[in-house]
Design a protein around this ligand. Structure first.
Ligand code: COS
Length: 384
């Protein structure tokens, strides 16, 4: 039976297939990489299995629900595969949605096949939550009709080893959001460098340095001065899917906690018979279910073109990432010391679950977005 609040049979079947695929074919490729090194065999496998084509379809709009089901299912079995998939989408979606025909035909088949690695370069040392404060300068090129990029990006996933970057830079004197333009910058452009960063995340992250990197009109993604909209539209799509990643991690942690509470005996019986444990498990399950519902609602609204997408996306990301932190932490507590041993699933999830509360807009940024919308439409808000 299907209701508006459950996945249909087809979706459930696809999720089960994705989990099997992730456990059998992707997890074996998810070995530890050197800091800053993109796991290219894993990205290629995502392409060969046709999963990247579901994220970046060539024959229709990107489906937020597909993206969310993919991310939640992969995350439940293999977070490395989940993140590699998501980063290809995040880096290349601006090209798919706003790029020129030439940009799309040059890059998207390569990204979808997993042969080219994409990255989304928005954050800077001085502009994280306040994205409109970014300072990377696109100055008119004195020797041509394009620009030269000068400055720095920081905490960029897949940097510095990606093949293409969607880069946000300041092209004019207009203040804040109005002066920003998005560019597609191939990784081999002269003047582009960067360093790996060792972060509490298993995927590659790094800095990018731009030393007069030349870009032309053919590299602009969207319109000159329209870069902030490109960034925000991209984040509107990807934020619920960060929530889906979190739901996948919460489900994995809940599954581990349930199994452990059933097997482990203490005080004369299995842990699950202790009320302190059973109530904790009930809370973990309830919050995970609520997070999944919010993620699915945001994705369905996105696909249906409903209004209020920024708010719905923000709510889904906020609630699901905070929930996953709670659930993973509770699962660790139920397991005790063994969960903190290097190599344990929960030790891995405990490290993985922290960053999504910060990237693609910290929890506090999501609250700001929700509150802004609330104040703007306070009269209609309660009516849904
Ligand atoms: N879709 C389309 N346009 C949007 C938008 C959205 N979701 N959100 C904002 N805009 C537009 C606004 O309409 C406004 O346009 P006009 O000036 O033409 O009216 C412009 O963008 C600026 O909007 P606003 O004044 O609301 O921007 P702020 O500087 O206050 O910043 C937040 C808004 C906080 C939402 C933004 O800075 C943000 O998302 N920060 C987090 C960044 C982030 O996620 N970084 C992670 C990088 S990827 S790991």
């Amino acid at each position: 039976m299907t209701t508006p609040f459950t996945l249909d049979g087809e979706q459930r079947k696809w999720c089960a297939e994705l989990r099997t695929l992730a456990a059998r074919q992707l997890r074996p490729l998810a070995g530890p990489e050197a800091p800053g090194r993109v796991n290219r065999p894993l990205v290629r496998a995502l392409g060969e299995l046709g999963l990247l084509a579901r994220v970046l379809p060539s024959d229709g709009p990107v489906r937020a629900m597909d993206l969310c089901l993919l991310r939640a299912s992969l995350a439940q079995e293999c977070t490395e595969a989940e993140t590699a998939l998501a980063l290809q989408g995040l880096g290349a979606y601006p090209v798919l949605r706003f790029g020129t025909g030439e940009q799309r035909s040059r890059w998207l088949p390569e990204v979808v096949a997993g042969r080219a690695v994409a990255a989304f370069a928005l954050s800077e040392p001085g502009a994280g939550s306040d994205a409109a404060a970014l300072e990377l300068r696109a100055a008119p090129d004195p020797g041509g009709d394009g620009w030269r990029l000068t400055g720095e990006k920081c905490w960029i996933s897949n940097a510095p080893g990606a093949d293409l970057y969607t880069v946000f830079a300041r092209t004019g004197p207009a203040p804040r959001a109005a002066g920003i333009t998005a560019f597609l910058v191939p990784g081999d452009r002269p003047g582009l460098g960067g360093q790996p960063l060792e972060m509490l995340a298993p995927h590659a992250l790094g800095t990018l340095t731009f030393d007069g990197v030349p870009v032309g009109a053919g590299d602009v993604v969207g319109e000159v001065g329209g870069g902030f909209r490109v960034a925000m539209n991209t984040l509107d799509l990807f934020r619920p899917s960060v929530g889906a990643f979190a739901v996948g991690m919460a489900r994995a942690a809940l599954g581990a906690a349930l199994a452990h509470a059933g097997e482990r005996r203490a005080f004369g019986g299995p842990l699950k018979d202790l009320q302190a444990v059973s109530h904790r498990l009930a809370d973990m399950a309830t919050r995970t279910e609520a997070a999944a519902l919010l993620v699915h609602a945001a994705a369905a609204a996105y696909d249906a073109g409903e209004p209020g997408i920024a708010r719905r996306s923000a709510m889904a990301k906020l609630f699901a990432t905070e929930t996953a932190q709670y659930v993973v932490d509770a699962a660790v507590q139920i397991h005790g010391a063994r969960a903190l041993q290097r190599g344990h699933l929960l030790e891995h999830l405990y490290r993985e679950v922290r960053a999504p509360r910060i990237y693609e807009g910290a929890t506090e940024v999501q609250r700001t977005i929700i509150a802004k919308e609330l104040y703007r439409a306070a009269d209609v808000y309660g009516g849904e």
